[in-house]
Design a binder for this molecule. Structure first.
Ligand SMILES: *[C@@H]1O[C@H](CO)[C@@H](O)[C@H](O)[C@H]1NC(C)=O
Ligand SMILES: *[C@@H]1O[C@H](CO)[C@@H](O)[C@H](O)[C@H]1NC(C)=O
Ligand SMILES: *[C@@H]1O[C@H](CO)[C@@H](O)[C@H](O)[C@H]1NC(C)=O
Ligand SMILES: [Cu+2]
Length: 168
């Protein structure tokens, strides 16, 4: 790979990271399970999940599922209290976080929520207004605060385009 091509790859990767949002696997390597007593509350608060990010629940669908529920059901773990807002059972469920506030998920298999297979993903409003990284500020002193993320990525696309033009 030439120097130019490497730079194009780097830029495109950067653009994808900026536009797509981060992807988090719930429980990290453990996944969605009652084994090992993963502290999902801890897990959720250790990640700075923002609107646009995706969380993935990975589990054996023979043993578990994922239900998005109300705060009441999250607290009580009583699934028969009300219908779940959504149910997932593929064993590899990607859920995009599209709004602020609490997103409550439990496993609907009897007993599992009580055992701790429940998670509260709380997306706070302030975390979504990510300030540009200092290194970008240095290179772009005039536009850092006013430029929208869309414009910023547009600039990167332009930069990638000119690299591609050079490479051609
Ligand atoms: C659940 O949320 C509703 C509406 O936001 C609120 O009124 C209620 O007190 C909450 N209940 C619990 C158990 O947190
Ligand atoms: C769960 O909710 C249902 C319906 O409200 C109720 O009949 C049942 O007693 C509750 N179960 C427990 C364990 O609280
Ligand atoms: C789950 O889905 C993701 C893509 O959403 C994929 O990268 C991953 O390999 C899948 N994992 C399993 C165990 O199928
Ligand atoms: Cu379960």
């Amino acid at each position: 790979m030439s120097f130019v091509q490497r730079n194009v790859v780097l830029l495109v990767t950067m653009m994808m990271m900026m536009c797509e949002g981060a992807v988090y696997k719930v429980g990290d390597s453990a996944g969605w399970t009652t084994l090992g007593k993963v502290d999902y509350k801890n897990w959720a608060s250790s990640k700075n999940i923002i609107v646009g990010d995706t969380i993935i629940f990975e589990y054996n669908p023979q043993y578990h599922n994922v239900m998005r529920v109300t705060n009441e059901t999250y607290k009580s773990c009583n699934v028969s209290e009300g219908t779940p807002l959504e149910t997932f059972n593929s064993g590899n469920d990607s859920i995009k976080i599209n709004s602020y506030g609490h997103h409550y998920f439990i496993c609907g298999i009897p007993g599992h929520c009580q055992e701790g297979l429940k998670i509260d993903v709380n997306v706070i409003r302030v975390s979504a207004t990510k300030t540009p990284t200092p290194s970008m500020d240095d290179k772009c002193p005039n536009c850092s605060n006013k430029a929208s993320p869309f414009m910023a990525s547009f600039g990167l696309i332009g930069l990638a385009m000119s690299f591609l033009a050079l490479a051609a």
